[in-house]
Design a protein around this ligand. Structure first.
Ligand code: HPA
Length: 245
């Protein structure tokens, strides 16, 4: 069974035939909401809305530890994280879908490891390749099987939010080698690794990042919803193909 974590613009999977919802408690508190179990063309999938079902939890207040723990407890074979991002690279225009392969973490003050606190062993996980290549390849294969364009490879810059970045900050991220920017990629990815979960992401470009492309003078926030509406439809098709492959 796959888990899907939906971000902004994907608070439910329209093609999911919902069977039950489960409220989970974890040693780290409650996840963003109940887990939604359902079927897509007969295949069981568990879905979690990262920001809560009413989109009430901002990126810096998401309980990433509880979310990943709760999904692991369900024995999922892989976690697909869907996250809206800003495009830094010029070819990553609004509406583009991309599977990131690297991360730079600029977040702070978020609980980002299970290995802390009394009695926790000192543990270092390998994070050279922060995403599962195997699951990323399956996403790419699913996209090509259903004729959806999904780009392979991008460096994801995880920023703290909830504010968007300044143009100078985006220039710095670009100099650092980042291609896309979002607020939720970390610590989600590293917690998945600590739990040995297969984890891959689909970045949905909602807007050009600050100072880039048509965001040169500012980001038109009112346009984002429309872009995400159309793009998430394509993400749903890819996920449907992935789980039924
Ligand atoms: N910056 C950070 N996070 C985002 C953006 C952005 O421009 N767009 C969507 N999520």
């Amino acid at each position: 069974m796959y888990a899907v974590i939906g971000g902004s613009g994907l608070s439910r999977l329209a093609n999911l035939e919902v069977m039950r919802r489960k409220v989970c408690r974890t040693p780290y508190g409650e996840p963003s909401g109940p887990l939604t179990f359902g079927r897509i063309q007969g295949r069981e999938v568990v879905f979690l809305a990262r920001h809560g079902y009413g989109h009430t939890i901002p990126p810096h207040e998401v309980n990433y530890c509880a979310n990943m723990w709760a999904l692991r407890e369900q024995g999922v074979q892989g976690v697909v994280s869907v996250a809206s991002v800003g495009g830094i690279r010029h070819d990553l225009a609004p509406g583009t879908l991309v599977v990131p392969d690297q991360i730079i973490d600029y977040t702070w003050g978020r609980r980002s490891t299970y290995f802390e606190g009394p009695g926790a062993p000192v543990t270092h996980v390998d994070f050279t390749a922060p995403y599962s290549r195997a699951l990323g390849d399956k996403l790419l294969a699913a996209a090509s099987a259903c004729g959806e364009r999904l780009l392979d490879g991008a460096v994801y810059a995880a920023t703290q939010g909830p504010r968007l970045e300044t143009a100078a900050e985006i220039n710095r991220l670009a100099r650092d080698g980042a291609d896309i920017v979002g607020m939720t990629g970390m610590p989600e990815a590293v917690l998945a690794r600590e739990l040995s979960l297969d984890y891959a992401a689909v970045g949905v470009v909602a807007n050009f990042a600050a100072g880039r492309g048509d965001s040169a003078q500012g980001i038109a926030l009112d346009r984002i919803e429309e872009v995400l509406g159309d793009a998430m439809e394509r993400v749903r098709r890819i996920i449907e193909q992935l789980v039924t492959a």
